[in-house]
Design a protein around this ligand. Structure first.
Ligand SMILES: [Zn+2]
Length: 264
């Protein structure tokens, strides 16, 4: 873990004393009365901290937590402590990939922008190609799906709507909505993706898409309590075929109600 860089240097400065060009003495060992000749850690000058790290891991269980808590009480700075914690426990590679993902997703940039040389030069992250970015985005999506799967109730309402870009792409967004055990309203985005069969926007194609979406959260059509969607004939057919109540155009009706109130 050569990636901890400067922060690990601070750990060494805190608990290790250089005895000579070949080795350090460990203060943590002294604390637990390990004799001085046994707490020598061989680490030749200029060769990094690999042996010191191994020594901490093998002999001083919980050293990271102790370091961070002591740092925190010394600086009184939670944010700094969190940042140290992040830097020590998360590899440089993971931090780099996270940096790219966070930047691209929150700024609505295209995934392929990571391949653009000018763009790479303008950001502080190490270069990354689209394939790598996509690989890690998919890992994150899997993790998020697993988290949602354990946090949604057994039955819920589905809110969905479609959107066409005018160039042949049609995306459907599906949300699950329910009240949790504390009666707090929850809503999770389950999918925003093209239909599995994009040749026709039929009720059956939508149902196949919905069932496949639920499958990735370990749920089946029995999980659907009701659907909320536009009042079009396809959606009415979807509700009929699924055998669930449909709340149609509720946002549209709310808007009309608002206009009505304004006119009066
Ligand atoms: Zn030690």
């Amino acid at each position: 873990m050569e990636d901890d860089g400067l922060v690990f240097r601070k750990v060494v400065a805190k608990w290790f004393i250089r005895k000579n060009d070949e080795s350090y003495g460990c203060e943590l060992c002294s604390e637990i009365n390990i004799p001085e000749d046994a707490n020598n850690v061989k680490q030749r000058k200029g060769t990094g901290y690999t042996n010191i790290r191994s020594h901490l891991v093998s002999r001083h269980h919980g050293w990271k937590e102790r370091y961070l808590s002591e740092e925190n009480s010394e600086t009184g700075n939670d944010k700094q402590c969190l940042s140290n914690y992040f830097n020590i426990l998360v590899s440089a590679k993971a931090r780099n990939v996270f940096g790219w993902m966070n930047f691209i997703v929150t700024k609505h940039l295209s995934f392929s922008i990571v391949d653009d040389k000018s763009f790479r030069n303008a950001v502080k992250f190490d270069p990354l190609c689209t394939n790598t970015l996509m690989k890690y985005l998919e890992f994150v999506a899997d993790e998020v799906r697993s988290l949602i799967a354990v946090n949604i109730s057994q039955r819920f309402g589905l809110i969905f709507d479609g959107w066409s870009d005018g160039y042949g792409s049609h995306l459907v967004a599906v949300f699950a909505t329910f009240h949790d055990i504390k009666n707090k309203r929850k809503r999770f985005l389950l999918a925003i993706a093209p239909l599995l069969d994009e040749t026709a926007f039929t009720a059956q194609n939508h149902i196949d898409f919905i069932i496949a979406t639920l499958g990735s959260y370990n749920r089946s059509r029995e999980a659907i309590e009701f659907i909320v969607c536009d009042n079009c004939s396809t959606n009415i057919k979807i509700a009929q075929d699924l055998g669930v109540p449909m709340v149609g155009c509720s946002s549209h009706r709310l808007k009309l109600e608002q206009y009505d109130g304004e006119i009066q």
